[in-house]
Design a protein around this ligand. Structure first.
Ligand SMILES: [Zn+2]
Length: 125
């Protein structure tokens, strides 16, 4: 029999990793839906018809700025999620984009958008 069973000491571990990765992927997809919904709402609010009253107009402009800031934040997060999902699809999600080492799963659970291992991330700081 080749290879002997003893070359698979990590068998249990890799099954657990797949479960964790699936959980992260589900989280990313859910988060993406949330952000898309939020961005659509922001878009509707910003493009809503403005009042003729100039006092109300000023308030609306202020509101638009807040909504813009929320929108920008959401767009940044959305693009990071899309990148993470692409990396998942290519099977590169757990590979550090800098040194090519495997990124610790606990780190990915904590920071699901990262593409750097802990060593490269702390070197970048
Ligand atoms: Zn690295």
């Amino acid at each position: 029999m080749w290879p002997p069973p003893s070359v698979f000491p990590n068998r249990m571990k890799s099954t657990m990793s797949e479960t964790t990765l699936k959980g992260i992927e589900n989280y990313l997809r859910q988060r993406k839906e949330q952000l898309i919904t939020r961005l659509e709402k922001v878009q509707q609010d910003v493009t809503a018809e403005h009042s003729a009253d100039w006092v109300e107009q000023a308030q609306e402009r202020q509101n638009d700025e807040v909504m813009d800031a929320i929108g920008n934040e959401s767009r940044v997060e959305l693009s990071r999620i899309n990148q993470a999902l692409e990396r998942l699809e290519r099977g590169e999600y757990t590979t550090c984009s800098q040194c090519g080492e495997t990124i610790n799963l606990q780190r990915l659970e904590a920071v699901p958008y990262t593409d750097l291992c802990i060593q490269c991330a702390s070197a970048a700081d």
